[in-house]
Write a protein that binds this ligand. Structure first.
Ligand code: AMP
Length: 742
């Protein structure tokens, strides 16, 4: 009876094989026997390439995150078929079914798994089998970047950039500056990294810029609590011995993890019995660890300060001057490029989590009542992949939506935020991020600070998973209000009223003579607090002073008793033409290192048929060096042509690298391909035979070549770098050059 059931299901698998979509070419050649008794896996002739188990797992994990709806539609029945047999075997074991039935079911399960795996391999995009070790090897060997202080053993979370990394980063920053500061007419500032404690107290960083950390109870090793939980649950998920129930529980925890506090995390660590992943020892309860690097300014040790954790505060504290510079008008945006420092608990993912990194931040100041953006229509049709909070909560996939539509239906809070998201998308595509591996994920309400109105992270898919590379947040008026409270310097803009209006003002003025006697040094603080009260608050104080002859003033938890003689209540009427408003802030915050790492992964290629030959296919716009110059031999007759090429490239301000080493031309091409030089100019024995001289240009990505006069080189390569022309345009215009095999 049971065996019959098994065989029926072998046929189901066979039907699944046959019914497969015709665009999965892997299935068209599938050989499926209908012979009932032959084991399934011996009936099939696989054409999927062979991969190691680890790579097959990687491809499967990648598709779980990245499959397009079409691919998902093809994989879903195969996944269901595997699950069906997994469940069946568990059931058979529970019922203590005959061994033969269990064995047969296991054979069938293996066949189904193999089919799923091979289908995944056949349908997966190339990047799914991306080999991080190979990329890391290349980046190290060709000194893009490496761990700092390596000869002293290295420091985790700190990296030094070599010549290629420097040039790539500089080009990315140059594009960022052009794309935002220049095109949007932003005001650029360059503020200090050393920041006095009161500034970061006001911004909330001193009290709240912390991560939860757990420690190994025996050796004291530290782990970020949320990362430890995530990694431990992911390990559980891949463990066959763990029950479906526990896995489901783990999935629920992962979905809610972003909003967990210390108690929630402690509860999970205890319930799942998570231990140190290194030693297996017990872990402490989560402790808050502030991520800022403390220091002091000057020799006394009294002036406490921190290395800035973000560049934004430098802009807020200069708001008044920037507003003046902008002739008092809103909206306007200021930007800053500079270093941020965060003492990350256990940085382990290369450039993705470091302790010192370059940030590019924009603070766009806007009327809180009117967040329309004058140029929004220009980007309204731009399509972005949005992973809204609703989608996340419903377990629905991200969706491609025009930003205009997303703002109109309030998925994205306002035009200004939507505009910056669209510009962010354009920038990331411009520098070479793969659009299929880019999405905007909305913060869930429990992830956002209480004052924030809406946040969308630009996340890029890398071999480490989806990584937040840019935060786009509507932070309302919080930052400016906090610095006003701390300094009593009004950080407001004036908004013209449609009509002048008469307003009744009620102010509380400190009687400093008496206040000084009673509260000494504290008197100034009380005066400042009284000045900051609104008319409504003063009216309420007045009522209490009349009723109780006493008012308890609360300044950040400190209480000060005020009798009526310490405070004068002043009332008067005033005609006002303008209204003072605290601007709202829309803040796009870019981490350049993370974008750069994602770009390196997305640009990494292996030559078809020669997997050991790896190279970087950068967009010419950001490529560290634009051209290589390769003389075919060391013969002196080539020197005048080489000089002419160098002069031509310099005239167009194009960077180049001469490789006149003795290797074969093929080896030299491979070396320049590795560091992502998009165009190789070869000077050969034909070059100097004609006037004007001619050379060949080789396009690294496709290895195709054309021949042209040296005097045309500069303009063509400039056009290719700026994107005014594509390589296909150049191929159409200039004769093809047939090179001997590389
Ligand atoms: P945040 O202020 O935390 O939203 O961070 C702004 C941006 O800085 C993020 O989107 C990341 O790109 C980048 N970033 C934050 N922390 C790190 C880090 N430890 N290492 C590298 N980049 C980071």
């Amino acid at each position: 009876m049971l065996s019959g059931y098994l065989f029926k299901n072998i046929r189901t698998t066979q039907r699944l094989l046959r019914n497969f979509s015709s665009d999965a070419k892997f299935f068209k050649v599938e050989v499926v026997s209908n012979h009932r008794k032959a084991p399934l896996q011996t009936q099939r002739k696989s054409i999927a390439p062979r991969f190691e188990k680890k790579t097959r797992q990687k491809i499967s994990d990648y598709l779980k995150q990245m499959a397009t709806p079409e691919i998902e539609a093809q994989l879903a029945p195969l996944r269901a078929a595997v699950k069906e047999y997994g469940d069946l075997i568990r059931d058979l074991k529970a019922k203590q079914a005959p061994k033969i039935d269990i064995d047969k079911a296991v054979v069938e399960l293996k066949a189904r798994k193999k089919l799923l795996e091979e289908t995944e391999i056949a349908l997966a995009p190339k990047e799914a089998s991306f080999d991080r070790l190979k990329l890391e090897d290349l980046l190290k060997r060709r000194f893009f970047y490496d761990q700092s202080f390596a000869i002293y053993g290295g420091v985790t979370g700190l990296y030094d950039f070599g010549p290629m990394g420097c040039a790539l980063k500089a080009n990315m920053l140059q594009q960022w500056r052009k794309h935002f500061i220049l095109e949007e007419g932003m005001l650029e500032v360059d503020c200090t990294s050393l920041t006095p404690e009161p500034v970061l107290k006001a911004s909330g960083h001193v009290d709240r810029f912390a991560d939860w950390m757990v420690k190994d109870t025996k050796n004291g090793e530290c782990f970020r609590a949320d990362h430890l939980i995530k990694n431990s649950i992911e390990k559980l998920m891949n463990d066959k011995k763990v029950s479906a129930e526990i896995k489901k529980d783990g999935e629920d925890v992962l979905a809610r993890l972003e909003g967990f506090d210390d108690k929630d995390m402690h509860e999970v660590i205890t319930r799942f019995k998570f231990k140190s992943p290194i030693t297996g020892n017990d872990l402490t309860e989560p402790i808050a660890f502030n991520l800022m690097f403390p220091t002091q300014i000057g020799p006394t040790g009294d002036f406490k300060a921190f290395l800035r954790p973000e560049t934004a505060q430098g802009i807020f504290v200069n708001f008044k001057r920037l507003l003046e510079f902008n002739q008092g008008k809103l909206p306007f945006a200021a930007a800053q490029i500079g270093l941020g420092f965060r003492n990350e608990i256990s940085p382990r993912q290369g450039l993705i989590r470091v302790r010192e990194f370059t940030m590019c931040e924009i603070e766009h100041f806007v009327d809180p009542e009117d967040k329309r953006f004058p140029k929004f229509a220009k980007v309204a049709d731009e399509k972005l992949v949005l992973f809204s909070a609703c989608n996340q909560l419903d377990g629905a996939p991200a969706r491609e939506v025009a930003i205009g539509e997303a703002v109109a239906n309030k998925t994205v809070a306002n035009e200004t935020l939507g505009y910056y998201m669209a510009r962010c998308h354009q920038f990331l595509m411009k520098v070479g991020i793969d659009g299929r591996r880019l999405r905007f994920r909305q913060h869930l309400s429990n992830e956002m600070a209480h004052y924030a109105q809406d946040c969308w992270d630009a996340e890029i898919l890398t071999s480490y998973g989806w990584i937040e590379c840019v935060g786009n947040a509507d932070r309302a008026c919080y930052d400016l209000q906090q610095h006003y409270k701390a300094t009593n310097v009004k950080l407001v803009a004036e908004k013209k009223l449609p009509e002048p209006v008469d307003v009744d003002i009620v102010e509380a003025q400190a009687n400093m003579a008496l206040l000084g006697k009673k509260y000494k040094k504290e008197a100034k603080k009380i005066q400042t607090a009284l000045q900051q009260l609104t008319s409504e608050q003063v009216t309420a104080i007045e009522a209490e002073l009349v009723a109780k002859q006493l008012y308890n003033l609360d300044i950040n938890g400190e209480k000060f008793e005020l009798a009526p003689d310490l405070v004068n209540i002043k009332k008067y009427s005033k005609k006002i033409h303008v209204q003072e408003i605290t601007p709202s802030v829309i803040e796009p915050s870019y981490g350049i290192g993370r974008i750069m790492y994602a770009l390196l992964e997305h640009s990494f290629r292996q030559r078809e048929g020669d997997e050991q030959r790896t190279f970087l296919a950068f967009k010419p716009l950001v490529a560290p060096i634009k051209c290589s110059i390769l003389p075919i031999s060391a013969n002196d007759t080539l020197v005048p042509v080489m000089d002419a090429v160098k002069e031509e490239l310099s005239h167009y301000e194009l960077s180049y690298k001469v490789d006149d080493s003795s290797g074969t031309i093929g080896r030299r091409y491979a070396r320049t391909d590795e560091i992502g030089i998009p165009f190789g100019i070869t000077v050969d024995f034909e070059s100097g035979k004609t006037t004007p001289y001619t050379v060949t240009i080789r396009h690294a990505e496709t290895m195709s070549q054309i021949r042209l006069e040296v005097s045309e080189l500069g303009r063509l390569i400039s056009d290719l770098v700026s994107g005014r022309q594509q390589w296909s345009d150049a191929q159409a215009k200039y004769p093809k050059f047939e090179a001997s095999a590389e």
